[in-house]
Design a protein around this ligand. Structure first.
Ligand code: ADP
Ligand code: MG
Length: 691
């Protein structure tokens, strides 16, 4: 329960300052300006008062109980301050001061010190290196933060690891004239964590939408548990930075956590959190989420009183995966009665510029009644010759019925059409300045519906896998201090989990390579296998399509001369010409499990990076989705006479690989590249595993 943090009855500030331009002064100013409903206790050993409020030399001199104490003094003094707060019985401290874990070893030691003291006294710690919290509830008006936006009460709560991004999001909502419920930016998050905050807001009825910004998740498993639970109650919209490799590095050095990267987006998807890559788009979507119902499908009905913006919006909506189905005969009959003669009765309905309240109302009612329409997009320019307030009243009335979501591209001069603007706002109609922006917000609502209503599928459990054998192989490699497994070990692991590979044999010299080839049957492939050779074909360590013993002997001999490595062996394989090259891989993520990757293999991985990811354990539905979400997916199904590949077998390999890494967590990275895919079989011809 974070009630005492977000609903403080009294706030103290250790390090309060008379200097206007200091955090120790600004926090007091913010509390005053936001009309904090409880007493404020500035702590300062010298000043008798700060900003007109009586100050106290120490926290022990404060007469009343304290729910929240800010600490803004230099790092070395922070552990003692936390201890003092403990003795005083302060419930929470917000440590705004920076210079702890994010700064290296010394800072981390200080942080560990005050975390321990906090635990000892049962003081919850928010931060350090953070902004703080805001609660706009008029009962509290708690502005325990040093930022500058003073939001009106509302239904959107924001939690951001970075105060900078949090402030941008809060200010953007403010600019959109949309209220906010609560705010939290907890920086290093040494005690009170983002999942804990999300869980708290999950139970806060006034929070209808949660906005989240993260750079790294310290405890992804805990986050996932909370996200599953809260996302089933209310929409969580999230943005994760550090997607690119360069970005990921920047994130690590920024808050000293782990790099978010791909894993975080997969966690969002798996737990039903709607992901955004653009903060502004997320804010604009939040406005719609806060007042509109979630559509039941992606079919949009459009109403417009101007041509061009409707065309732009249609493009955007269709590109974003929405449909704009034609209207039913019944609807057309109805609209023929109510619309002006020059109106275009279709989807979009162009009510024309002279349309007033009766025409707009009829159009909106028809869209609400249409069974094949899930949401309504309104393009509304305010003609000076129309009673726009009357029109807005109709929109507001229909919106209040909450039957289907409405978004509005509202084109006007807000300084002149103040009445109309206010009616739309009070009616809870999300209004946007551009057709594309309104369309994107509606697309987000549709995306959310698709995400939440998606079938999850089941994780298939294969009972024919030999886990013991894999454990033995890994155990042996560990004992001998090896991190990269040999070809023999790799293929034995694949065999143990019934992942089909090309028939193979290991040979130690040219003659035994020939013997192996004779047994396998021509044509064959031989590969030089050594711990020192990583990318075999780059160095001429792969010879394909060898048709007889002479060719095998000659190639093996050539490789023996070329590679003067101690542990050289030959890996002899059946040659399988003509398949499509695929890649399936896995990568362990700290404190999370494995990511599974699927994509076009061979050179395509490097050039096109046409791959998709999922988090293990992968369900059957997710495995299928991995195949259908790459760009070249059509190619897999067969195209213009070319045969498709054996899809079910690929899906099963993805599922078996997912089981393999889930049951054997010490497998670190694994590449099956390529798998050769044919119409009737899938065969792994190259694989690498590190532990
Ligand atoms: P590396 O990735 O280390 O260079 P591979 O074993 O993947 O070596 O071989 C390189 C390429 O040779 C593969 O991408 C594939 O095109 C081809 N190849 C390898 N083994 C076979 C095989 N058994 N049948 C057909 N083609 C093969
Ligand atoms: Mg390869």
């Amino acid at each position: 329960m974070l009630d005492s943090l977000f609903k403080p009855k009294a706030v103290a500030l250790i390090g309060a300052s008379t200097k206007e331009l200091s955090i120790g002064n600004v926090i007091i100013k913010n509390l005053q300006r936001y009309n904090f409903q409880g007493p404020i206790y500035p702590i300062n050993p010298k000043a008798p008062d700060i900003r007109g409020i009586k100050a106290y030399p120490t926290i022990f001199d404060v007469p009343g109980d304290i729910d929240v104490a800010h600490i803004v003094i230099p790092p070395p003094m922070v552990p003692q301050a936390v201890e003092d707060c403990g003795k005083k019985g302060v419930k929470n401290v917000i440590i705004n001061t920076a210079g702890f874990k994010e700064m290296g070893i010394e800072g981390e030691a200080l942080q560990n010190d005050f975390v321990a003291r906090g635990k000892n006294y049962g003081v919850r710690i928010f931060g350090p290196n953070c902004q703080g919290i805001i609660n706009s509830d008029p009962q509290y008006n708690a502005y325990c933060d040093f930022t500058f936006t003073y939001p009106k009460p509302g239904y959107i709560s924001i939690v951001a690891q970075s105060g900078g991004v949090g402030a941008v999001i809060m200010q953007n909502l403010f600019d959109l004239d949309v209220g906010m419920r609560m705010y939290a930016s907890n920086g290093n998050a040494c005690d009170i964590s983002i999942p804990e905050i999300i869980q708290y807001w999950g139970n806060d009825d006034e929070t209808r939408v949660i906005l989240l910004y993260v750079e790294s998740l310290d405890d992804p498993k805990y986050f996932m548990d909370v996200a599953y639970e809260v996302a089933s109650k209310k929409p969580i919209l999230a943005m994760n930075a550090g997607r690119t490799e360069v970005g990921a590095k920047a994130a690590t050095s920024h808050t000293g956590g782990l790099a978010g990267g791909k894993a975080t987006d997969l966690i969002f998807k798996k737990t039903g959190i709607l992901a955004f890559s653009d903060a502004q788009e997320m804010c604009q979507a939040a406005v719609a989420f806060a007042s509109q119902p979630i559509p039941k499908g992606n079919r949009v009905g459009m109403i417009t009183n101007t041509g061009g913006p409707a065309i732009i919006a249609t493009d955007e909506l269709v590109e974003g995966g929405c449909e704009m189905p034609p209207l039913s005969d019944k609807a057309i009959v109805k609209l023929t009665e109510t619309m002006f003669e020059s109106a275009s009765i279709n989807n979009p309905i162009d009510v024309v510029a002279t349309a007033g309240a009766p025409q707009f109302r009829s159009a909106v009612d028809v869209m609400m009644d249409e069974e094949q329409i899930d949401s309504v997009y309104i393009n509304f320019v305010t003609p000076p010759f129309v009673d726009c307030e009357a029109v807005a009243h109709e929109f507001a009335e229909v919106s209040n019925q909450k039957r289907k979501p409405i978004v509005c591209n509202y084109m006007t001069d807000k300084a002149q059409w103040t009445g109309t603007t206010k009616i739309l706002k009070d009616g809870g109609i999300p209004c946007y300045d551009f057709p594309g922006t309104a369309a994107k917000a509606l697309i987000s609502l549709c995306r959310y519906n698709a995400l939440r209503s998606k079938e999850k599928g089941v994780v298939k459990q294969f009972n024919d896998c030999n886990k013991r054998e894999v454990e033995n192989i890994i155990g042996n490699a560990k004992t001998s201090g090896r991190k990269i497994l040999s070809a023999l070990e790799v293929y034995s692991i694949l065999d143990a989990y019934k992942i089909p590979s090309a028939g193979w044999k290991i040979a130690s010299d040219s003659q035994s390579a020939v013997d192996a080839a004779e047994e396998i049957g021509y044509p064959v492939v031989i590969k030089a296998d050594s711990s020192e050779i990583i990318h075999k074909s780059d160095v001429g360590a792969v010879a394909v399509n060898l048709k007889n013993k002479d060719e095998v002997f000659a190639k093996a001999d050539e490789m023996m001369n070329k590679f003067s490595v101690k542990d050289l062996n030959f890996f002899v394989q059946k040659f399988h010409p003509g398949g499509r090259e695929l890649i399936i891989g896995a990568k362990a993520e700290t404190n999370l499990g494995h990511l599974i990757m699927f994509g076009m293999g061979g050179i395509y991985v490097e050039i096109l990076k046409d791959v998709s990811f999922e988090l293990a354990p992968v369900t059957d539905v997710e495995a299928e989705e991995m195949l259908s979400s790459i760009k070249m997916t059509k190619l897999l199904k067969g195209y213009r006479g070319e045969k498709g590949i054996y899809r079910e077998a690929v899906i099963e390999i993805v599922e078996r690989l997912s089981q393999l890494v889930t049951e054997n967590p010490s497998l670190k990275e694994l590449d099956l590249n390529p798998l050769l895919a044919f119409e009737d079989r899938i065969i792994v011809v190259d694989a690498r595993i590190s532990i």
